[in-house]
Ligand binder design. Structure first.
Ligand SMILES: Nc1nc2c([nH]c(=O)n2[C@H]2C[C@H](O)[C@@H](COP(=O)(O)OP(=O)(O)OP(=O)(O)O)O2)c(=O)[nH]1
Length: 161
């Protein structure tokens, strides 16, 4: 089963004020829902390279990747004292994944645009920069909602009800 990679694209990695959300245009079952842009890792491809490729194809931008947003198992590992700089490297990568639909797993990186302006070139029909505090103002794919909450915690942002 292919690994899915996606990006929480922020305006700034250290002091984020905005997050880029993308509205899916296909397939019909997912169209209209918002997600972190990304896609499936191809055979033989490094996950981070796959993400850079997907964002170039889908949004027409070059990105700089930051830290991985740890999934539930990674969060537990961090809680139990594993150094967060060690989690997410090498074989620990699976520990960092998020469960998404149909048994797929997804890795989510923080990212910033280093070149270009994001446009909905492929797979999306709208992009929106969401201000901090406003990240739940769009209907996310069901699997992404817990990731949005985790992202706020990970970045140390106040959780807005
Ligand atoms: N890109 C992305 N996919 C997500 C997110 N959340 C989530 O459940 N998914 C699901 C939707 C899809 O079933 C799968 C990703 O597939 P995709 O269609 O984006 O992959 P892809 O661009 O490589 O396209 P393809 O192989 O289907 O042609 O993961 C998310 O935040 N971003």
């Amino acid at each position: 089963m292919p690994l899915v990679v996606a990006a929480a694209i922020l305006d700034d990695l250290e002091q984020p004020t905005r997050l880029l959300a993308a509205r899916r245009s296909a397939p019909k079952t997912l169209a209209g829902a918002w997600e972190f842009p990304g896609g499936k890792v191809e055979p033989g491809e490094q996950p981070s390279a796959a993400l850079v490729r997907e964002l170039r194809e889908e949004l027409g931008v070059t990105v700089e990747l930051g830290r991985i947003v740890p999934g539930p198992d990674g969060e537990r590992a961090e809680d139990s004292g594993v150094d967060s700089d060690d989690v997410g490297t090498g074989s620990d990568l699976t520990l960092m994944t998020w469960p998404i639909h149909q048994g797929h797993r997804m890795l989510v990186w923080l990212a910033v645009v280093s070149e270009g302006v994001p446009l909905p070139l492929e797979d999306h029909d709208e992009l929106r920069w969401l201000d901090v505090g406003d990240w739940r103002s769009v209907p996310w794919l069901a699997a992404d909602l817990p990731i949005v909450g985790a992202l706020e915690r990970f970045l140390g942002l106040p959780r807005v009800p």
